[in-house]
Design a protein around this ligand. Structure first.
Ligand code: PHE
Length: 451
């Protein structure tokens, strides 16, 4: 059944999977959710949940793709031998989730494009107030946001339509290491600021009194979002895996790097927050209001600004490609679309869905769903509810329906080290622990909602 072309090289796969995980979730969303949820305690629970819940499900998704060589929906029907199995809902929901997320992600990627353009066009003379004004200007300009989102989605579709290998590998290979080094450098610059001690205390000193039940939902949602779990994206990546690559090892590498990069992002952003006037609870604007301030204090700040936003945009692009890839590979595998038609159809749909979040801070700012504007509604409903929901579905499916001997084989991978001793623990987590923790968290949140 080996019908896939696979990755040209082993490192090509790692780069693409890491590229899909690493993105705005780490640089933009992680610092802002840590900021709005009180700091240290959130960080501790995030690290715990990433390794104890997110990682096992990430491995499960990669494994499902690798064993079946199919993307999510087809993988499920191959295993159940049934075209109408109830489990298919998990796959379908994953596709809906990835489309909606593309719309949300496309909007924020448009903001990154805007800041990149600002740095390219105007020499930097920013003071605190300027970054806030700049962000506000963008927020109030609906047409501009829509145009930027459209441009982003079009670029993504173009790259994806060219196919996995050439499309993804080349991009990621160059930019990831460069960005990593740039982030390290900027983090050290930021840690020289007077607010760094306070920032370290904020990030690593857990005050568990600040926790509520909804923190757990927020953490779990973010973990799935940042690891690209719950959307079938990792099933699609897994389906291109060569036999000699262990999904267990791949999962551990992706998860560890992803957590590391999020922490780096926190260490870059919070010292700037505590050294100036930007509020720790700024939310969506946090990244955009802080990092340019650092550049304004550095020699050659303009160039660093361009490099930072160019790298950030590239990671947003690669992560968006993962989102599109998930739907495209399903359309190609299941409905026999050509790759080009599938890519542009998904992009068109993604753009239509992006109209609401793109206009939510301008023309539609008075529309509220449960007191949220549209972009907050997309963010909260999708990340905190839909992703954990599909993650449970996929986790249970792999836990109970995937053949034990297929799973076992992956754990005794003869090329990349044997991990048989953790098979039992992993299976326990995907069958029981993860679904129960997620269900309890969601149930608690639901009760909170109704009282
Ligand atoms: N994990 C990506 C990020 O952190 C977002 C993403 C989710 C990308 C799902 C692809 C699939 O930015």
């Amino acid at each position: 059944m080996r019908i896939r072309s696979g990755w040209a090289t082993r490192s090509g796969f790692y780069m693409a999977a890491i590229g899909s995980a690493f993105g705005l979730g780490n640089l933009w969303r992680f610092p802002y959710v840590v900021g709005t949820h009180g700091g240290g305690a959130f960080v501790v629970i995030y690290i715990l949940c990433a390794f104890c819940i997110g990682l096992p499900i990430l491995i499960a998704e990669l494994m499902l793709g690798k064993v079946t060589q199919q993307s999510a929906i087809n993988a499920i029907s191959v295993i159940t031998h049934h075209k109408k199995s109830r489990w298919l809902w998990a796959g379908r929901l994953a596709i809906v989730a990835s489309l909606l997320l593309l719309a949300f992600y496309g909007t924020v990627s448009g903001w990154v494009l805007y800041f990149l353009m600002q740095f390219l066009m105007t020499p930097l003379k920013v003071e605190s107030a300027d970054t806030t004004v700049l962000f506000q200007q963008l927020m109030s300009n609906g047409y501009l946001q829509l145009a930027l989102t459209g441009a982003h989605i079009l670029i993504v579709a173009f790259v994806v339509s060219k196919g996995v290998r050439q499309g993804i590998e080349r991009w990621v290979r160059f930019i990831m290491p460069v960005f990593f080094i740039l982030l390290l450098f900027l983090m050290f610059q930021s840690l020289q600021l007077p607010g760094s001690e306070q920032a370290l205390r904020f990030m690593f000193y857990p005050d568990f009194n600040k926790l509520t039940l909804s923190t757990l939902v927020e953490v779990l949602g973010h973990v799935f979002f940042t690891l690209s779990v719950g959307m079938g994206a990792m099933v699609a990546f897994g389906s291109y895996l060569q036999p000699d690559i262990s999904p267990i090892r791949a999962g551990v590498i992706v998860c560890s790097l992803d957590v590391l990069i999020s922490l780096l992002a926190g260490l870059l952003i919070f010292p700037i927050v505590f050294s100036g006037s930007v509020g720790v609870e700024s939310g969506y604007s946090l990244l955009f209001e802080t990092v340019p301030l650092l550049f304004s204090r550095m020699g050659m700040g303009d160039y660093f600004g361009i490099a930072f936003f160019l790298c950030l945009y590239t990671t947003a692009l690669v992560a968006s490609m993962g989102l599109v890839e998930s739907s495209v590979s399903n359309l190609v595998d299941r409905y026999r679309f050509s790759r080009t038609t599938a890519s542009y159809s998904i992009a068109g749909l993604g753009f239509i869905l992006a109209i609401l979040p793109s206009l939510s801070s301008s023309f539609l700012k008075d529309f509220r769903i449960n007191d949220w504007d549209f972009i907050t509604a997309y963010d909260t409903l999708l990340i905190n509810w839909v992703l954990p929901g599909t993650a449970v579905g996929l986790s249970l499916f792999v836990g109970f329906k995937l053949n034990r001997s297929d799973k076992w084989k992956e754990f005794e991978n003869k090329y990349q080290g044997d991990s048989r001793e953790i098979f039992g623990v992993w299976q326990f987590v995907v069958r029981w622990l993860a679904p129960i923790v997620i269900a309890l968290a969601l149930a608690g949140e639901l009760l909170d909602f109704s009282f």
